[in-house]
Design a binder for this molecule. Structure first.
Ligand SMILES: [Zn+2]
Length: 411
């Protein structure tokens, strides 16, 4: 009990440390090298390694992912581990080092890569996404170190590259090439999404299926439709027919914010540039967010069936290409990490946290698919990717307390 109080009190005193680490990180724009002018995470990793080496970690390692586009030829992923009393299990806090570009600079009131502190807010690109979560994870372990407390199991930070553009050089490579660093009984906190009340404890995502649908008819002059076959008309009927997916896949699961599966036509490509031509080709996209109790394959088969009926009725040819096909196993809402995290969120913030699923997709899906329980949690104002992005010092401290309490109680 005294230990716990001591650790929480220490976290309250870290404001200067938070600002210092945020300032140093923000000054190294870790934009993907696959974007023009992007330098990758190397400089930011250097800055972080310096900070980590100044603390009492038992192990610090850099796991490299080869990437010829990076000026250094590799993308760094950092692991810093603080041993627990039982070294066979680890509680991981996983955050990412990369940031998205600042976007339109005229919309920023301050230099995106120079931290400005105003009261509780730290402004700069990356300060919230994902430096806030990273710093919270760091403060939790710093406080245990400073108070001389060893948690029941290991506590480790996993700081990844490449989260913003698909994670190939980040968690995907870490799992594939360095998977041995994880134990079967490990659990994960991913502080990379949340809301301003700090009430979203995310444990599941819907499957994601994106389809590109092309309808081929026959192009002709608009005054003589009988000489062609209007692909736009057939395509429009297809869009309407696809609404039947809602009836066919109508199960509900209250765990999810939107409790049913969703099948929405979204993007529509331009067809002909002029008014007096009947389009012979029409392209649109369907964004499906599917409850994990259905398989993406079931939906693909149903789409094919519906497309067939339209082909027959309108004498067109239809192709369906899959652009994204992701599914993610949910984390058990009764897993110890979920129970403890929810309990301590309530204790620290005196709010009403809700265990829930979302429409997808976060980086936690990779962990869940690899069989690990993973909870996405953060209290944040959701300014990520926007101009004038900021992080809240209060939330950074609150979340650090939650993570420290989980760490000191997870066995
Ligand atoms: Zn993020």
């Amino acid at each position: 009990m005294k230990d716990v109080k001591d650790v929480l009190n220490k976290i309250d005193g870290y404001r200067d440390f938070i600002i210092d680490v945020q300032t140093k990180m923000t000054a190294c724009p870790a934009i993907t090298p696959h974007e023009k002018g992007g330098l990758g995470e190397a400089a930011k990793a250097e800055v972080l390694l310096k900070v980590l080496k100044g603390m009492k970690f038992d192990e610090i390692n850099v796991l490299e992912a080869k990437d010829p586009a990076s000026p250094t030829g590799v993308r760094p992923n950092i692991v810093a581990k603080y041993y627990g009393q039982d070294r066979s299990k680890t509680l991981w806090v996983m955050a990412h080092m990369d940031v998205v570009p600042p976007g339109d600079l005229s919309l920023w009131k301050t230099d995106p890569f120079k931290v400005v502190v105003k009261g509780d807010k730290i402004y700069g690109r990356g300060t919230e996404d994902n430096q806030q979560g990273l710093v919270s994870g760091l403060l939790a372990v710093k406080a245990m170190m400073d108070a001389g407390v060893r948690p029941p199991v290991n506590y480790a930070l996993l700081l990844n590259a490449d989260e913003e553009v698909g994670s190939d050089y980040g968690i995907v490579t870490v799992l594939k090439k360095y998977g041995k660093i994880f134990g079967k009984q490990d659990s994960f906190i991913v502080p990379d999404a949340g809301n301003s009340k700090g009430e979203m404890v995310e444990v599941a995502e819907k499957n994601m299926l994106w389809l590109k649908i092309t309808v081929y008819g026959k192009q002709t002059h608009a005054s003589t439709p009988q000489n062609g076959n209007n692909a736009f008309v057939a395509s429009s009927h297809l869009v309407v027919a696809l609404r039947d997916l809602y009836k066919k896949f109508n199960k509900k699961d209250r765990l999810y914010d939107v409790p049913n599966s969703v099948f929405e036509p979204t993007k529509h490509e331009p067809n002909v540039p002029n008014v007096n031509t009947i389009p012979g080709r029409d392209v649109f996209y369907l964004d499906c967010r599917i409850l994990p109790s259905y398989s993406n394959k079931q939906v693909q088969e149903e789409v094919a069936k519906i497309a067939k009926t339209i082909e027959k009725k309108f004498k067109v040819k239809i192709t369906v290409e899959t652009i994204i096909n992701d599914s993610s196993k949910p984390t058990d809402k009764n897993a110890p990490i979920v129970k403890l995290l929810t309990q301590y969120v309530k204790q620290v913030y005196r709010n009403h946290p809700k265990v829930q699923g979302v429409g997808g997709g976060t980086v936690a899906a990779y962990l869940r698919n690899a069989g690990f329980p993973a909870v996405v949690y953060s209290k944040l104002d959701d300014t990520m990717h926007q101009p004038n992005e900021y992080s809240s010092i209060k939330n950074t401290i609150g979340d650090a307390k939650v993570f420290a309490l989980v760490a000191m109680n997870l066995k």
